[in-house]
Design a protein around this ligand. Structure first.
Ligand code: MG
Length: 163
C-alpha cells in the first residue's frame, strides 16, 4: 500500500461586486474573490494538494494564469481537468480549512462539503470542511482576502497483478 500526502494553500483578494464562490458554492456576500479564474480559493488549494500528493508540481504549472483558456473558469472545470492528472491514485480523504471574516461559512459548510465531494467523485464522508476567522489580524482579518488550506491523502491503486 502506497500512501502519499499533499498540502495546498491559496489566497484571493476580496473586492466588491464579485460573486463569492467557495468550493463551488455561491454564498451571498458584498465582496467576492478576484482572480484570473473564478477565484475559488478552496478549489485551488484542493487542486494544489492533489498535485502535491502525486508529485506533480502546482496549479500554476498546469493551469497558468497567462493562458486565456483558464480566464474566468469555474473551479469545477479545473478539478475535472486536474483529476486525470492523478490517475493511478484514489483519494483517501480531503481535509480543508477556510479562513475568512465575512460571509459566515458555517451555515454553508455542509453544502460546500457535499459539492467538493461531488466534484472530486468521492463520498461526502471523505471530505471535511473547517472554517474560521483570522481574529481581525492582517488582510484576511480585515476582510480583504480569503485564504484556504487543504490536505489530501492519495493511495496508489493496486495493479491488476495484485488483485
Ligand atoms: Mg487561486
Amino acid at each position: 500500500m502506497s500512501l502519499r500526502i499533499g498540502h495546498g494553500y491559496d489566497l484571493h483578494r476580496l473586492v466588491p461586486g464579485r460573486p463569492f464562490v467557495i468550493g463551488g458554492v455561491e454564498i451571498p456576500s458584498e465582496r467576492g474573490p478576484i482572480g484570473h479564474s473564478d477565484g475559488d480559493a478552496l478549489v485551488h488549494a484542493v487542486i494544489d494538494a492533489l498535485l502535491g500528493a502525486a508529485g506533480l508540481g502546482d496549479i500554476g504549472m498546469h493551469f497558468p494564469d497567462t493562458d486565456p483558456a483558464w480566464s474566468g473558469v469555474a473551479g469545477s472545470t479545473l478539478i475535472s481537468e486536474a483529476l486525470p492528472l492523478v490517475d493511478g491514485y484514489h483519494i483517501v480523504n480531503v481535509d480543508t480549512t477556510i479562513i475568512v471574516e465575512q460571509p459566515k461559512i458555517a451555515p454553508h459548510r455542509e453544502a460546500i462539503r457535499r459539492r467538493l465531494a461531488q466534484m472530486l467523485s468521492i463520498e461526502v464522508a471523505q471530505v471535511n470542511v473547517k472554517a474560521k476567522t483570522n481574529e481581525g489580524c492582517d488582510a484576511t482579518g480585515a476582510g480583504d482576502a480569503i485564504a484556504c488550506f487543504a490536505v489530501v491523502l492519495l493511495e496508489e491503486e493496486q495493479s491488476e497483478a495484485w488483485l
